[in-house]
Design a protein around this ligand. Structure first.
Ligand code: ZN
Length: 81
């Protein structure tokens, strides 16, 4: 039986829960630069057991170079659609 679509709360979501084929929004806390990273890329680069909500401080902004971002993984966790 196929697994039904799940909606995973952000506070328990891990990298392994990000749906392949979706994008994770990352917003720089310093300059507001917005980047969208494919879930597949995050799953390749990060440990699957990392908590999604704790990833923000690890991202470095491509625009201003400051580390620390807000992560919006709602779509990647099935919260929309
Ligand atoms: Zn920035």
């Amino acid at each position: 039986m196929p697994e039904p679509p799940r909606m995973i709360p952000l506070y328990v979501a891990r990298v392994a829960d990000l749906r392949v084929g979706t994008l994770v929004g990352v917003t720089c806390r310093n300059c507001g630069h917005v980047a969208e990273i494919a879930s597949a890329v995050l799953r390749e680069r990060l440990p699957p057991y990392s908590f999604v909500k704790q990833l923000g401080p690890q991202f470095r902004c491509q625009s201003c170079g400051v580390k620390g971002a807000d992560v919006d993984a709602r779509r990647a966790l099935g919260h929309y659609g």
